[in-house]
Design a protein. Structure first.
Length: 485
């Protein structure tokens, strides 16, 4: 049984965590500062038998902060597990904690059942674990990782549990050279996550190169990625380096990897295996030093089953898969993001941050956001362009979210918002129909528990038409989809 050291300058927090340790049945000690923690560590030592095996560590402490102590603990030969705690529940603090060697990260206020699970998992030594249970190894940062400070990046916004898990994964993988595949719907911020991984890695001072596979013509993709020699094909007047060479020493972000033609996938697989490329028309391979981060909004597993994506390449790319949650699964983040965009675009458009009115929040929360964060960003920008005051209110958002306004105000309110609002592109009639279509199809799919055939029958339409409209609107089938033959 390992001892738990609680390090926090707030007595009330220490009291709650101490009672939690007592409920779990593990011994504990307390410290109000990094210096007191060092004294307790020196007294008790660290180790399996009687030593401190888990440190619950607050970031903000008098004197040295928690990250300083985390760096010292990560350098020990018998390092205890460290769980970082902070009220500043942001992407940067979560990423920094995991990158510096923390075993886990907790935002305040605590989810006490989760705290109990962490204490049980990390404070009970391997001898006391049930047979067959595995205990995770300590995460230890190298000296270089602890001393390096990454460059500033655009911050990912979010405090929901789903996004905190993403932040923790960024911190874990940033310290490695592993290939990462980001999976998520369009508009969930895959490129921002890729940039965060790069900015927090040892390659941060190298280039970050983005390639959108869906935007490159099929016949130019090979040359774009690998470069070509002079005279390799008609129009190749000079040697040109490809994206792999341009990304040397840094990170290459392959967006929409599912759009890569099958005939080029074998060549990418060879690059991942051999770490060398062949220019088009070249006579010898060239070594490349590149980390790959791929992204897709497609179901690669289904693409593999349908022979549209190589199975061996899928396993090479998805060494570390990270799922980005859609906005509808990020409880509490919609309003947080809306306020962020009001500040950001208010300063750009008006020279000062704008505020979000309280009455706008229910409207934002009621919308399903099929376009995710990108849709929310566009809605806020469009609303701010014609905003008559310094506050973004429900009446300003209602014309841009007519279907949601209809649910909030009823049919009469929906009609009024369509007729009284600004004339949208394509006309009011088409805009109103489009606004109602997405929630109608989503409701039909939910009503039939994901059965697209029955949903099509319920709506009086062909199943193929339903699929096409769902694809066009960015609606995803439910995870528990099942279709009748």
């Amino acid at each position: 049984m390992r001892k738990v050291l609680i390090v926090d300058d707030e007595p009330s927090v220490r009291f709650v965590l101490a009672r939690t340790c007592e409920r779990v049945g593990v011994p504990h000690a307390e410290a109000g500062s990094a210096e007191e923690a060092r004294e307790e560590l020196a007294r008790s030592g660290t180790g399996r038998h009687g030593g401190i095996g888990l440190v619950l560590l607050d970031v903000r402490l008098p004197g040295d902060d928690g990250f300083t102590l985390l760096g010292e603990l990560a350098g020990r030969t018998d390092s205890p597990f460290v769980v970082v705690m902070t009220a500043e529940d942001t992407m940067r603090s979560a990423v920094e904690a995991m990158k510096r060697g923390a075993a886990d990260y907790l935002g305040k206020p605590f989810d006490l059942p989760r705290v109990e699970r962490i204490i049980r998992d990390l404070a009970i030594g391997p001898d006391e674990h049930k047979e067959g249970e595995e205990r995770p190894p300590p995460r230890m940062a190298s000296d270089g990782e602890r001393k390096r400070d990454g460059p500033a990046i655009e911050t990912l916004i979010g405090r929901s549990p789903a996004m905190v898990e993403v932040f923790k994964e960024i911190g874990r993988v940033a310290r490695t050279e592993m290939t990462v595949t980001l999976m998520g719907e369009s508009g969930t911020g895959k490129e921002l996550v890729a940039r965060a991984i790069h900015a927090n890695s040892a390659r941060a001072r190298g280039p970050f190169i983005t390639v959108n596979m869906a935007a490159i013509p099929r016949d130019l993709m090979e040359s774009e990625l690998y470069g070509h020699e002079r005279g390799a094909f008609t129009g190749a007047a000079e040697r040109r380096p490809g994206k792999f060479e341009l990304a040397s020493g840094g990170t290459l972000f392959l967006d929409e990897i599912g759009e890569m033609p099958v005939e080029l996938q074998a060549k990418l697989l060879r690059v991942l295996q051999e770490r060398e490329i062949d220019r088009v028309g070249g006579s010898r391979p060239l070594p490349v030093d590149v980390r790959i981060v791929a992204a897709t909004n497609a179901d690669l597993t289904r693409a593999v089953e349908e022979s549209r994506f190589r199975r061996d390449l899928f396993y090479r790319l998805a060494v570390v898969p990270i799922r980005l949650p859609p906005l509808r699964e990020r409880e509490g983040d919609v309003v947080l993001l809306a306020r962020h965009f009001c500040t950001k675009y208010g300063e750009q458009l008006r020279g000062r941050p704008l505020t979000l009115a309280r009455d706008a929040e229910p409207l934002l929360l009621a919308h399903s956001w099929p376009g995710n964060v990108r849709e929310l960003q566009n809605v806020i920008q469009r609303a701010l362009l014609k905003l008559p005051s310094n506050r973004l209110a429900a009446k300003d958002l209602a014309p841009l979210l007519p279907a949601t306004a209809a649910r909030e105000k009823g049919l009469e309110g929906f009609v009024e918002s369509v007729l009284d609002g600004p004339d949208p592109e394509g006309g009011r009639y088409q805009s109103a129909l489009a606004a109602l279509e997405a929630p109608l199809l989503a409701a039909a799919i939910a009503r039939t528990k994901g059965n697209q055939l029955r949903a099509a029958e319920l709506l009086g339409m062909n199943r193929n038409t339903l699929r096409e409209r769902m694809r066009a609107l960015g609606l995803k089938p439910r995870n528990d989809d099942h279709e009748e033959a």
